[in-house]
Write a protein that binds this ligand. Structure first.
Ligand code: THU
Length: 169
């Protein structure tokens, strides 16, 4: 029964590495990214999160310098709510459809207490980021802000490896 034999000769172990920057504080960011971090913190005020009591703020800088803010919006019917990142990205694409994204900053607080660890976007938000990277045909940066650590990624691929992109398929 030779046809049942599996030939492993083409198998290879691979490793994926991701380049990103880690800062001890948002004060170490470049001035325009510090401004964006501030805007993300301001955006927290718009969080409507009576169910989770977890506030997320997002600030998206567009290629022309415009900053669009978003905050998580919850709903009694839970899935009807939306994450801060998507609120910001959808608002940007709806209001400035021709202007590419440059950098998205995200910050969170738990019950009003700023989080020490960086806020990391959910899978759905990462997929939406991937869509806009394709829409505008250029990568954009993502800054994840925590009190004790800030991470900066140069492109969506770095937080969503093996991106599904129907526009490229
Ligand atoms: N949330 C965001 O706004 N962004 C994320 O990336 C993860 C989670 C929100 C959704 C919900 O309102 C609350 O945080 C708790 O999950």
């Amino acid at each position: 029964m030779s046809h049942c034999k599996i030939d492993f000769r083409t198998m290879a172990d691979k490793r994926l590495t991701i380049d990103y920057k880690e800062f001890a504080s948002e004060l170490e960011l470049e001035p325009q990214d510090q401004e964006l971090a501030k805007a993300a913190r301001e955006a927290l005020k718009g969080s409507y999160s009576p169910y989770s009591k977890f506030q997320v703020g997002a600030a998206l800088r567009l290629a022309d310098g415009t900053i669009v803010k978003g905050a998580n919006q919850e709903n009694a019917a839970y899935p009807a709510g939306l994450c801060a990142e998507r609120v910001a990205m959808f608002a940007a694409s709806a209001n400035y459809p021709e202007t590419p994204f440059d950098t998205l900053a995200i910050v969170a607080s738990d019950n009003g207490v700023p989080c020490d660890e960086p806020a990391t976007p959910c899978g759905n938000c990462r997929q939406v980021m991937a869509e806009y990277q394709s829409k505008y045909g250029r990568p954009f940066s993502i800054i994840l802000i925590g009190n004790s650590k800030v991470l900066k990624f140069a492109k969506v691929d770095d937080i969503l490896p093996f991106i599904f992109d129907s526009l490229k398929v």
